[in-house]
Design a protein around this ligand. Structure first.
Ligand SMILES: [Zn+2]
Ligand SMILES: [Zn+2]
Ligand SMILES: [Zn+2]
Length: 80
């Protein structure tokens, strides 16, 4: 079953964890409809028990920064 890996960056300056762009991870199974290895020949998915389930997103903290996150930095620190 395929899933998405979502890289996160921890910003220690403001304590926010900001998700990056999710990356698709192919499970390489022929019976997975989302895989590029999904049976290339004509078939009926139900007959072969094909699945298109996705596993829950995997969140990975790829980076830790001591600064504030971009949205906090952009606000200039002055909140209305
Ligand atoms: Zn898959
Ligand atoms: Zn199929
Ligand atoms: Zn922030």
């Amino acid at each position: 079953m395929c899933y998405h890996v979502v890289p996160h960056t921890d910003y220690l300056g403001c304590g926010h964890r900001v998700p990056g762009r999710a990356q698709f991870v192919d499970c390489n199974l022929a019976k997975c409809k989302r895989s590029r290895y999904h049976y290339p020949h004509k078939h009926i998915c139900d007959d072969l028990g094909c699945t298109d389930m996705l596993l829950p997103d995997q969140c990975l903290v790829m980076e830790t920064k001591t600064t504030s996150c971009p949205s906090c930095s952009n606000s200039g620190g002055s909140s209305k």
